[in-house]
Design a protein around this ligand. Structure first.
Ligand SMILES: NC(=O)C1=CN([C@@H]2O[C@H](COP(=O)(O)OP(=O)(O)OC[C@H]3O[C@@H](n4cnc5c(N)ncnc54)[C@H](O)[C@@H]3O)[C@@H](O)[C@H]2O)C=CC1
Ligand SMILES: O=C(O)[C@@H]1CCC=N1
Length: 272
């Protein structure tokens, strides 16, 4: 199976890193990127076959992963359409771009509808801890669904969503989500330093604490509130911090932020 990444920037590189680490041969992967340094990096790190042309990259591939920015989705789809194999499986990781647009830009017709799976991965895929949501369009066969699922499961967890409308919410939660965690960590490091800790110490304490908390939370049998309760001694230190966060509207602020990301995802196709 040949896999082509059309637009190999941050997210595609994370997927390539995760796939190669999981044993997928870099020689079976092709990738297109505009910047020569990025192509050189992908070639030297992962043994990937690199291209400057999106069309050349996609030509003859069994699985084509559309990973350019949404703003250049249309021009890129039109560029690769003549080069695609008839039975190529298209995976789009682009935020906000609906299947209907992709079908039109890829010259898909009622008689030869393209098999398209929308995927929303995230960057922890590079270390095998990704979270990908998938949605299959009508023309995707059961074996193609299996192929998309196993490819994305190779770099973390994957789940199907039954309704494409849910993709804006998925993008806001798990696609963008790693950045929210890093922002929290940045704030914790800053606070640790202000309390007098050396920078290195504040970083180590923060990174390992979030890693440990996430590891505990990965067991869905344990309610998040219960995990929080176990840390929070009555009248203790955690309670002092959590009470302040709640009084200042922490949850509602996060809610507004996540809804803002979902709104932005819904806006993206309107700007094309
Ligand atoms: N960064 C992330 O955490 C995630 C990103 N995504 C989606 O992945 C896509 C890519 O995002 P990033 O990797 O962050 O962006 P990026 O800017 O790092 O990568 C985009 C790549 O596309 C290439 N490119 C640009 N114009 C092109 C064109 N006309 N033809 C061919 N290649 C072209 C660039 O050279 C670059 O290698 C976006 O659609 C985004 O919504 C989805 C999930 C998470
Ligand atoms: O920020 C973005 O638009 C992309 C989609 C999800 C994560 N990064």
């Amino acid at each position: 199976m040949r896999i082509a990444f059309v637009g190999a920037g941050n997210m595609a590189s994370s997927l390539i890193a995760g796939m190669v680490a999981m044993g997928i041969d870099g020689g079976r992967i092709s990738a297109s990127a505009r910047r020569p340094e990025q192509r050189e990096l992908l070639k030297s790190c992962y043994g990937v076959d690199v291209h400057s042309s999106a069309g050349e990259c996609a030509a003859g591939a069994d699985v084509v992963i559309l990973s350019v920015k949404p703003q250049v989705a249309q021009v890129t789809c039109r560029e690769i359409a003549p080069h695609l194999s008839d039975d190529a499986l298209i995976l789009s990781i682009m935020a906000g771009i609906p299947v209907l647009n992709l079908l039109a830009w890829l010259n898909s017709s009622r008689t030869s509808a393209r098999a398209i799976v929308r995927c929303m991965p995230n960057t922890p895929a590079s270390v095998g801890f990704g979270m990908t949501a998938l949605y299959a369009s009508a023309a995707v066969s059961p074996s193609q669904k299996e192929c998309a699922y196993s490819l994305m499961s190779s770099v973390g967890r994957a789940i199907w969503v039954g309704d494409e409308c849910q993709f804006d919410a998925v993008t806001a939660l798990s696609g963008s989500g790693p950045a929210y965690a890093y922002l929290l960590m940045e704030a914790m490091v800053e606070a640790g330093k202000e309390l007098g800790l050396p920078s290195q110490v504040a970083e180590t304490l923060t990174r390992q604490t979030i890693l440990g908390a996430a590891q505990l939370a990965s067991d869905q049998g344990r309610a998040l509130q219960e995990l929080r309760r176990q840390v929070t001694s009555p009248h203790g230190t955690t309670e002092a911090a959590v009470n302040l966060l709640e009084a200042q509207g922490f949850k509602s602020l996060v809610g507004r932020a996540v809804r803002g990301a979902a709104r932005r995802s819904a806006e993206l196709p309107l700007e094309l």
